[in-house]
Design a protein around this ligand. Sequence first.
Ligand SMILES: Cc1ncc(COP(=O)(O)O)c(C=O)c1O
Length: 379
Amino acid sequence: MVTSRYRALDDAFAGYPHRLHYAIKANSTVALVRHLRALGAAADANSGGEIAVAQRAGFTPEDIIFTGVGKTHAELVQAVTLGVKAINAESPGEVARIADIAAAHGRVARVAVRINPDVDAGSHRHISTGLHVNKFGVSIDDARSMIQDMARRPSLQVVGLHVHIGSQVTRSEPLARAADAIADLALSFVGQRVALEHVDLGGGLGIAYEPDQTVVTPADYAAAVLPAVRRTGLTLLLEPGRWIVGPAGVLVGQVVDLKRQPGSRWFVIADAGMTDLIRPALYEAWHGIEPVRPRPGPPVQSDIVGPVCETSDTLGSDRTLSPVEVGDLLAVRDTGAYGAVMASNYNRRPLAAEVVVDRDTWTLVRRRQTVDEMMQLDV
Ligand SMILES: Cc1ncc(COP(=O)(O)O)c(C=O)c1O
């Protein structure tokens, strides 16, 4: 599924020079990142650790973009000395730090500016990033002065403009507005000393988690943003994550208990919970849940919960679930993005194993963490 989704998104932009930089944050399992590289993707890394994953997966520095609102000194040294394709700078202070680091290492750092276009992505407030009240990027006016400043610094090369207004964006209109804002800014530099190479529209394309949810398609997405990008004549970069890998993943858990509280619904208690998939607790996200092998009988109104000591450890509430018994397997759908990458050891629960399924074959690509491994860092 990852292969067909990557190709579908790539094909939607086929009429214009572009490159998909897979957002490693969505799912950073090395085997998967390596597969996306083999398909022709480049990489978008959000930390020094993700740059290391990109390298482990075989990406060369020229294929890696480095984004992040709080890059540390060590991470900037890592990116500058590697010579990544672009560091998306998020503040005037960061530009100065990159310039100093590059000068100290005798390098010219390739830098883009992340703009904050003050556009409401219309997604959950925890994953909207393009409003002026959000911590991300700089205003259009600040970007203008930052770029003038960057153009005067010999240790920097200004290569692009970047915008990412949020994740799980389901309508094309905010994406089009962000593209317009970045195109206008790019065009304002024509004839100046700034030779931009690309505009980077970030990620954000949403997926349908709920059965009747309507979500912008790749074709609509391309139709919405390409008119603005064409005006610039610059190469288009995109940083998709969720759309490519989200629907490709399933979290499998086992029912460990069933119980009913007085006057309440049934609780189906699974051995998988918020430590494996935090999206429902964090964003009130909805994921389809179903038994792997449905049993006959009338469905039961249930809350499907995990074993963790938090009431928010609920995978799905008030669901109509076909009957299950202790020991049955449950599948939680669309967990390929922001699932395993956000897992934790809370309650000292070891991380789950990851398996890639390709038609009728399956391969273990990340083994289950052992309890001893979990305690290895304790001194
Ligand atoms: C800068 C940046 N680029 C790309 C992405 C990937 O977004 P998505 O998985 O919604 O496509 C994110 C995630 O929010 C991001 O912060």
